[in-house]
Design a protein. Structure first.
Length: 319
């Protein structure tokens, strides 16, 4: 997957992603790849048939990583039946340590159109899962309830509109092993109603004692996040921090400079930003020896045919 914009996963959980096809011949060892299950558009057979074929042809007791791609065969359908299949057959996957839901790109379905569901039962059914990623938006059903999961090390939500309720549920969950947390907040146009208040429990520290990477990304309130990070206790325990993909401007950059030192980090990711070059230089100097990744600034958008159109700033992933 590329960093900005969304493409299919090529590796997951340290394994190459493999998509089995009927004519592909011999299959790789069950534990050598991350298996990607995807319905080809227009096929008569739906995901339940694909799922049964997978269970029959692959030794699922050895499968370590699973990726779910497009699950519909005609019109877009909700993810609920797929989640139900995973939950119903969870006992067939004792070695499963990584799961990614909705490895779907724009040519198949825009991220804001993916009809997701409450993914809490999936996590509850897989207590040994260590890595979990989800792609989708809140306005299409994505939800999570507070839970305890003792094994989860990495939690990632790729969204063009992340619900505030989901963010609050993450903060209300017991995840003692969590090392990496990434939240793509997205746009209010696509159900992203989270606020800085929803992540303050995470920023306060102590919630996830093993957390080493925090990504608060793809946000329309990126300057507020930067200001909060400037005094957030959690920063002291981090090794890397991502404030990328959002609308970060010099206002947020100044807040970072006026806040706590970030030089202990190995990486500060600021890609897709609206910072001026002098501000980027100041941040790099202040954060050394930490690596600061910052590409060229995005341009404010204004309709060239409308003299009264006010410049706007956009997150990297929304629709």
């Amino acid at each position: 997957m590329t960093y900005l914009g969304i493409e299919h996963l090529e590796r997951f959980h340290g394994l190459p992603v493999h998509t089995p096809e009927p004519s592909s011949g011999a299959l790789p060892a069950a534990d050598a790849v991350a298996w990607r299950l995807v319905c080809d558009y227009g096929e008569d057979a739906g995901f339940p048939t694909l799922w049964e074929q997978f269970l029959e042809t692959v030794d699922t007791t050895r499968v370590r990583a699973l990726v779910i791609g497009a699950w519909w065969h005609d019109e877009y359908t909700p993810f609920d039946p797929v989640a139900e299949l995973i939950v119903a057959h969870a006992d067939r996957f004792p070695a499963l340590r990584a799961l990614f839901l909705a490895d779907v790109v724009g040519e198949e379905c825009e991220v804001s159109w993916l009809k997701m569901c409450d993914i809490t039962p999936v996590l509850e059914a897989l207590p040994s899962l260590e890595e979990f990623g989800v792609r989708g938006c809140g306005q299409e059903g994505l939800a999570l309830r507070p839970l305890r999961h003792a094994a989860l090390k990495s939690l990632r939500f790729e969204s063009g509109g992340l619900p505030g309720e989901l963010v609050r549920s993450v903060a209300a969950s017991e995840l003692p092993a969590l090392e990496r947390l990434e939240l793509w907040f997205g746009s209010t146009w696509y159900g992203g109603d989270a606020t800085i208040e929803d992540v303050r429990p995470v920023l306060a520290g102590g919630l996830f004692p093993r957390l080493r990477h925090l990504g608060l990304q793809n946000s329309e309130f990126q300057d507020e996040i930067a200001a909060a990070v400037g005094s957030a206790p959690v920063v002291a325990q981090l090794e890397s921090l991502a404030l990328s993909m959002g609308t970060l401007s010099d206002t947020g950059g100044e807040a970072l400079l006026n806040g706590q030192p970030l030089s202990h980090l190995s990486l500060l990711d600021l890609r897709h930003h609206y910072l001026t070059d002098p501000m980027v230089d100041r941040i790099r100097t202040a954060c050394a020896p930490a690596v600061v990744e910052a590409d060229e600034a995005e341009d404010d958008y204004a309709d060239p045919d409308d003299e009264d159109d006010e410049p706007e700033r956009y997150v990297a992933v929304s629709e």
